[in-house]
Design a protein around this ligand. Structure first.
Ligand code: DX5
Length: 236
């Protein structure tokens, strides 16, 4: 593994209060989050419909945290510029939605944003082997995309480890993100497999002690899994 890739906790707004998105973004910054993920869904690539660029733009002034757009959409090329204009510095497209993934990633970088690629559970790591030079983030989905609050798919951990090996062999500085069912009982397994960026929605907004406690717990457990130190427990 790249010597200690930085641990980043990136809550998803999919579980936020949609009537208070600006305030919830400010609360995530106060809670110590490292960024915010917007789950953009078009009702076609996934069976749900969520945030247009104007919703994200309206939330942009409420926080200084970096925004990333997880584009779960059938036509990311047509939408990319609008999400960059809305304030997203990282656009994550699905390999399954891109007929010309190499060109799509070039296009995102030409817009001045970082480029990420997401892999659904059934998509092999080899799908991105030829575009690592154009990639800043690889996202291994640990649920089938479309909804928050789903069960973590633990059988994705060997794929996380394979993607980590690919990244380390490539010599490129690429983050490995996981998304879906990430919480106190699953984050350590994903971290031990090689993930360094963790997206969590329901585990953050549903935490009984609030987002700050959730973010701190996830960070502590992920760090312990990377370093092999600490006796933190999911139940603390
Ligand atoms: C699925 C979404 C979710 C979301 C996180 O399409 O991408 O994974 O970000 O949801 P939780 O953390 O509630 O599983």
């Amino acid at each position: 593994m790249r010597t200690n890739p930085p641990i980043r906790i990136v809550p998803s707004t999919l579980s936020a209060d949609f009537s208070r998105l600006g305030e919830d973004c400010a609360a995530l910054e106060a809670a110590g989050a490292d960024g915010i993920q917007w789950d953009v869904m078009d009702g076609a690539f996934v069976p749900n419909l969520t945030f247009g660029p104007d919703v994200i733009a309206a939330s942009r002034p409420h926080t200084s945290l970096p925004f990333e757009a997880h584009l779960m959409v059938q036509a990311p090329d047509a939408l990319a510029a609008r999400y960059v204009e809305a304030g997203c510095g990282l656009l994550i497209v699905h390999a399954e939605a891109c007929v010309h993934l190499h060109r799509t990633l070039e296009g995102i970088r030409a817009l001045g944003a970082d480029a990420g690629v997401a892999l659904n559970p059934a998509t092999p790591a080899s799908a991105v082997a030829s575009v690592l030079d154009l990639t800043d983030m690889l996202l291994v989905m640990t649920v089938n995309p479309g909804f928050g609050g789903q069960r973590y798919i633990a059988t994705m951990e060997p794929k996380i480890a394979e993607v980590r090996r690919m990244i380390d062999r490539s010599g490129h500085d690429i983050d490995l993100e996981v998304d879906g069912g990430i919480g106190p009982s699953t984050v350590a397994g994903a971290a031990a497999a090689g993930a360094n960026v963790f997206v969590a929605g329901s585990a953050v907004f549903g935490h009984p002690q609030g987002p700050a406690a959730a973010v701190a717990k996830l960070r502590s457990l992920a760090t312990a899994a990377h370093t092999g130190e600490g006796s933190d427990s999911p139940r603390d």
